[in-house]
Design a protein around this ligand. Structure first.
Ligand SMILES: Nc1nc2c(ncn2[C@@H]2O[C@H](COP(=O)(O)OP(=O)(O)OP(=O)(O)O)[C@@H](O)[C@H]2O)c(=O)[nH]1
Ligand SMILES: [Mg+2]
Length: 329
């Protein structure tokens, strides 16, 4: 689908005016992998930089099926009622199947998707890195420049995505399932450690089970070090479907926000995130420069084969490849 390229002026003005169509075009630009687009995207981001930073950035995570999309719809509507302007960056698991153009998830965020005051940007799960879209950081900033004052970032809970999303947002909300408390013994421990606000979702289905899970998580959290100094993560009961526990969930987010703002922690956290973003982009850029040279693929494949068959050490192979890269620039 070849569309006329929009000028940076037009995109800048459109985003600043809060035009959702032009915001979507700007996001498509920053997501593009073409070199010409990347240059324009950097220009645009630089111009918009003074208009960013104004939103509260909230990550919503949890295992597939925990109810993230259902909650985002309810939370988005709740925020609209409070006069906020929410934007949602969603990861859409279903659109991976259809090639990613149509928002299968819109059925789960029906109310919010049809409200002209809100903005939803889906990313097909297939195009994400560990459940976080490649350009979520920039997309989030674009939403801020467009005047959205709460940006909700959904991620599929597949392990590494939580670390990535914690690098992106101010407050990290983790949804849990009732009866899944024993997950704490295993891999989820590291994820729970990152969470600022936790909620046992689907409490409408089995309240006593949900209550028990919340107690277990609360007890376990005592042994974990909170991400924000002076903040004790909260564990509430929630139903994205009935809306029960929603005001309490948001109150938890607001309280965490206050804790972050006290003592300049928020500024430091955002500065750290920017620093890490630079390194991330550098790594990405170096890798693509490394792989993008003529004949790089076959040279790499040959070298890898030598390493796999034991005729070359990995160290020597890396040394030779890097020397070659440095020489040819
Ligand atoms: N009983 C109950 N069911 C819920 C609730 N929230 C979501 N569900 C159901 O759980 C299923 C998954 O909900 P989603 O909102 O799509 O969950 P998700 O976490 O976005 O799932 P993925 O995007 O696939 O990772 C759906 O069938 C929902 O109807 C809830 O609060 N209570
Ligand atoms: Mg979902």
């Amino acid at each position: 689908m070849a569309r006329r390229r929009l000028s940076t002026d037009a995109l800048e003005a459109g985003v600043l005016a809060g035009d959702r169509g032009l915001l979507a075009r700007a996001i498509t630009l920053v997501e593009s992998t073409r070199a010409a687009d990347a240059a324009q995207a950097n220009d645009l981001m630089e111009r918009l930089l003074p208009h960013t930073g104004g939103a509260w950035r909230v990550g919503i995570s949890g295992v597939p099926g925990v109810g993230k999309s259902t909650l985002l719809d309810a939370l988005g509507m709740f925020l609209l009622e409070q006069g906020r302007r929410p934007a949602v960056l969603a990861v859409d698991p279903s659109s991976a199947l259809s090639g990613g153009s149509i928002l299968g998830d819109k059925t789960r965020m029906e109310r919010l998707a049809s409200d002209p005051r809100a903005f939803i940007r889906p990313s097909p799960a297939a195009q994400t890195l560990g459940g976080v879209a490649r350009r979520s950081h920039e997309t989030l900033l674009l939403c801020e420049a467009a005047g959205f004052d709460v940006v909700l970032v959904e991620t599929v809970g597949v392990g590494q995505s939580e670390t990535l999303v914690a690098d992106l947002v101010d407050t990290f909300v983790l949804l849990l399932l009732p009866g899944a408390g024993d997950e704490l013994q295993g891999i989820k421990r590291g994820i729970v450690e990152l969470a600022d606000v936790l909620a046992v979702n689907k409490c409408d289905a089995d309240r006593s089970k949900a209550k028990r899970a919340a107690l277990e998580y609360r007890a376990a959290l005592h042994y974990l070090r909170p991400r924000t100094p002076g903040w004790t993560p909260t564990v509430g009961l929630l139903s994205g479907e009935t809306g029960e526990g929603l005001p309490e969930l948001w109150a938890g987010v607001a309280a965490h926000r206050d804790a972050l703002q006290a003592g300049g922690t928020l500024e430091r956290q955002r500065a750290d995130q920017l620093g890490r973003r630079l390194w991330q982009l550098l790594r990405e850029g170096l890798m693509s420069a490394f792989r993008g040279r003529d004949g790089a693929d076959s040279a790499l494949a040959a070298m890898e084969e030598s390493v796999r068959s034991g005729t070359k050490t990995p160290g020597r192979a890396a040394e030779e490849l890097l020397a070659n890269f440095a020489q040819r620039g």
